[in-house]
Design a protein around this ligand. Structure first.
Ligand SMILES: Nc1nc2c(c(=O)[nH]1)N[C@H]1C(S)=C(S)[C@@H](COP(=O)(O)O)O[C@H]1N2
Ligand SMILES: [Mo]
Length: 372
């Protein structure tokens, strides 16, 4: 294979791998796709990781070919481009590795990695979009590329000159920055920046559901059934439930797959209030909760839910739960992982034998889900 062809294929392979990473990453990142492919979430994660490793290997392979070339030519565009690509690859790989290892004892590090990983991905996405746009425009003859004057670019089988890519990219960045100066753009850029800031500071909920459709909450017809091995089974309307003594406190939320939200304000009814209300029979040692999605369940030892902070939550950060986050009611036990925080709770059954919950059955998650 001659050099030109080799460069061409390397460049293409590099691009294809990035595209695959972005695609598999998007499935993990975007609520809609994650929920659609929920049964394969771990497989997609593994796939994403493997492609990531291959990608990094390719970057390492390409480097010895590219570096001498950059050294010989000392053109700032080239140097800039290579440095950028290599730092992106490094940043992507290092943060990806940390997320893969998922160090539960270093939540801060994990959180930081997640933010950086997400941020770099968006950056790369913009980069790729620019690449494809230029290539497309050129194909349609809508754009005349800056002539590729030197032989090396031609040797590399470049589709467009690096210079145009750099120009387009800096142009895009500049547009976003300058956009902030125009009044019509302000709300967009401000809310974007505010959201970005909040994401950086405390993370955000990555809505997880095993069904594609959320149960709808109708305050008129909604009932919470508490039954099983209790003295007085009850059916509570939302208003009745809210009349029980409430409790509010702030605590972090951790999903076992590696993301967290810091400093979430939880407001709801301590579960002990419900126990008091119905009177647990001695045989009712375990508690099984059902979701209005009619598929998700979770179970607990009754004694795991007696601390005041184990609650049926209806307000999150001072606002009623939104539909995708379990409206009107979800459980929260601060010592346990997110999967124990069952959403759309509509039935609580006291039982004498403990069943596995949804994820415990499906993926072998730990039954108690305590954060280590
Ligand atoms: N009914 C129901 N509850 C659920 C889930 C679900 O799929 N269905 N996912 C659990 C998991 S794994 C997590 S991490 C949290 C996510 O909460 P969020 O969707 O508010 O981000 O909800 C938990 N409760
Ligand atoms: Mo989770």
């Amino acid at each position: 294979m001659n050099k030109r062809k080799l460069y061409f294929w390397m460049h293409l392979l590099h691009g294809v791998l990035i595209l695959l990473l972005i695609l598999s990453g998007a499935v993990l990142y975007i609520d809609y796709f994650r929920i659609l492919f929920v049964d394969f979430k771990w497989q997609i994660r593994e796939l994403h990781t493997v492609i990531g490793f291959i990608y990094f290997a390719i970057v390492l392979l390409i480097l010895p070919i590219v570096l001498p070339y950059v050294k010989a030519h000392r053109r700032w565009q080239k140097t800039f481009h290579i440095c950028l690509m290599v730092s992106l690859a490094l940043g992507w790989t290092i943060t990806g590795l940390i997320l893969w290892i998922n160090p539960t004892s270093y939540l801060g590090l994990r959180q930081l990695s997640l933010t950086v990983h997400d941020f770099l991905s968006v950056f790369i996405l913009i980069w790729v979009a620019g690449h494809i746009l230029l290539w497309f425009l050129k194909k349609k003859k809508l754009y005349q590329p800056t002539p590729i004057l030197n032989n090396h670019d031609r040797d590399k089988g470049m589709l467009v000159s690096r210079r145009d890519v750099v120009l387009l990219f800096s142009g895009g960045l500049l547009a976003i920055l300058l956009g902030g100066l125009f009044r019509w753009f302000r709300p967009v850029s401000d809310s974007f920046l505010a959201r970005l800031d909040e994401m950086k500071r405390r993370g955000y909920f990555r809505i997880y559901s095993v069904r594609t459709e959320n149960p709808v909450f109708d305050p008129q017809t909604w009932r919470l059934t508490v039954d099983g091995l209790v003295e007085n089974p009850v059916e509570l309307s939302f208003d009745e439930l809210k009349k029980l003594p409430k409790h509010t406190y702030t605590h972090d939320f951790h999903c076992v797959t590696g993301w967290s939200v810091l400093g979430v304000k939880w407001e709801g009814i301590p579960f002990q209030e419900v126990i008091n209300l119905v009177g647990r029979k001695p045989e009712g040692k375990y508690i099984k909760m059902y979701s209005a999605d009619r598929i998700y369940t979770e179970t607990y030892e009754w004694s795991q839910l007696t601390q005041k902070t184990a609650m049926l939550v209806y307000n999150l950060d001072d606002k009623p739960l939104i539909e995708s986050q379990g409206a009107p009611l979800r459980l929260f036990q601060p010592d346990m992982y997110g999967y124990k925080s069952i959403k759309w709770v509509n039935r609580i059954e006291f039982v004498s034998q403990r069943d596995l919950g949804y994820w415990e059955e499906k993926e072998g998650y730990n039954l108690d889900g305590y954060i280590s």
